[in-house]
Design a protein around this ligand. Structure first.
Ligand code: SF4
Ligand code: SF4
Length: 384
């Protein structure tokens, strides 16, 4: 049977930065999974899955921690492996890279340029939250020093190559009140895809902590970003156009086009698998390891037989109790008048809010409605 999915591969959970809101450290602790995945273990996983599913289509997302901590040679061996597997089996394997960019050396860039045909849409995805004065508030090296100059420098070197870059920006207390500064900086930087993800870190009662914000803060921020983007649209052409998520996902939902972001898709987590350095397979790294193991932990890839691995990858959501979790969490959305466009959001986030505080969960839905309706009005106006 054909397997089409994204596999997030985490060669290490370690990172050379200590961002104030980092979910890996906050959710799963500094001690979770200290070991790193040896490059031979990584390439064996790729070969093994290709052999089990010779017609599979997989996006291998190189993620962490910071995956480039493993070094340029590791990256090169990973790219070589994907190329050789593509030649040996009728599979369609691509690579994506998510990095903080501080270790994106010329050597790494030249490896990626050499393998540009394997990179999904030739994109390197860089985490950056806005201009220096904003980024420096939360994103810093372990020593406390600012990594901003290294990040910006790496982005400019990527721009000089034949690769393109996208950005992922966390929206928290450090930038939520500065949408104009964030928008104009990212626009000037020239990313072709900018993704904004809210930081909903909160305590047991749902009170924001570690730069966390409330759902309505995020909705207001995204509404402003949408207005700035709409205003700026006449200045955009094929060479400098800027796609922004979740705006693009919401517009696709409103116009019945294909949506790629899982939060806005009915399937949710079932197209994902996240493999940790110790071989643990989870549906996604958004699940909290301490409390959600029964919902989203699949198996350890280093401990299962080929037959078990095959069954697990084909029936991921049945190996854990995700299906029941999905029905329970999505049941709340049954009668919602914007379900068609919202699709319930990110399930663990949605569910954590529900568990922590009814007010918070109600606000989550209110924020979804506000943002979707705001974008809908803008789109209707533009089309009228
Ligand atoms: S947990 Fe959230 S981010 Fe991860 S796949 Fe599921 S919906 Fe997407
Ligand atoms: S707004 Fe709330 S109830 Fe409605 S679909 Fe979204 S998450 Fe579900």
């Amino acid at each position: 049977m054909q397997l089409a999915k994204t596999i997030v591969i985490k060669p290490t959970m370690n990172c050379n930065l200590r961002c104030g809101y980092c979910y890996e450290f906050i959710r799963n602790g500094t001690t979770y999974c200290k070991e790193a995945m040896d490059v031979n273990q990584l390439t064996e996983i790729v070969w093994r899955i290709a052999k089990l599913f010779p017609d599979s289509k997989i996006l291998w997302m190189f993620h962490g921690g910071e995956p480039l901590l493993q070094g340029a040679e590791y990256l090169e061996k990973f790219c070589d492996c994907i190329r050789n597997v593509n030649k040996t089996y009728p599979v369609d394997y691509k690579i994506a890279l998510q990095t903080n960019a501080t270790l994106l050396s010329d050597k790494c860039i030249s490896i990626l340029v050499k393998n540009a045909d394997l990179l999904s849409e030739r994109i390197i995805s860089v985490s950056i939250d806005g201009p220096k004065e904003i980024n420096d508030i939360t994103r810093h090296f372990i020593s406390g020093k600012s990594p901003f100059d290294e990040i910006e420098n790496a982005i400019y070197r990527v721009k000089e190559s034949e690769l393109v870059f996208s950005t992922i920006s966390v929206v928290g207390t450090h930038n939520v009140n500065n949408p104009e500064d964030v928008y104009s900086y990212l626009r000037k930087l020239g990313a072709n895809l900018c993704k904004f993800v809210p930081n909903y870190n909160s305590d047991m009662n749902g009170n924001p902590e570690s730069y966390g914000i409330r759902p309505m803060n995020f909705a207001h921020f995204m509404c402003e970003i949408f207005d700035l983007w709409m205003h700026d649209l006449p200045n955009q052409n094929d060479d400098n156009k800027m796609i922004i998520d979740p705006i693009a996902s919401i517009i696709c939902s409103l116009t019945n086009s294909v949506v790629t972001w899982c939060e806005y898709r009915e399937e949710k987590c079932s197209n994902f698998t996240c493999i940790y350095p110790n071989g643990e397979m989870w549906l996604c790294d958004n699940f909290i390891h301490e409390t959600m193991k029964d919902i989203a932990y699949v198996k350890n890839i280093f401990e299962v037989s080929d037959e078990e691995l095959k069954t697990s990858l084909l029936t991921l959501s049945k190996v854990c109790s995700f299906d029941a979790f999905y029905d329970m969490a999505m049941g709340r959305c049954k009668d919602c008048d914007i379900y068609e466009y919202c699709k319930g959001g990110c399930l663990p986030t949605h569910n954590e809010m529900f568990k922590k505080s009814k007010d918070l969960y109600d606000e989550y839905c209110e924020s979804k409605k506000m943002l979707i309706n705001h974008i809908k009005r803008g789109v209707d106006l533009a089309l009228s």
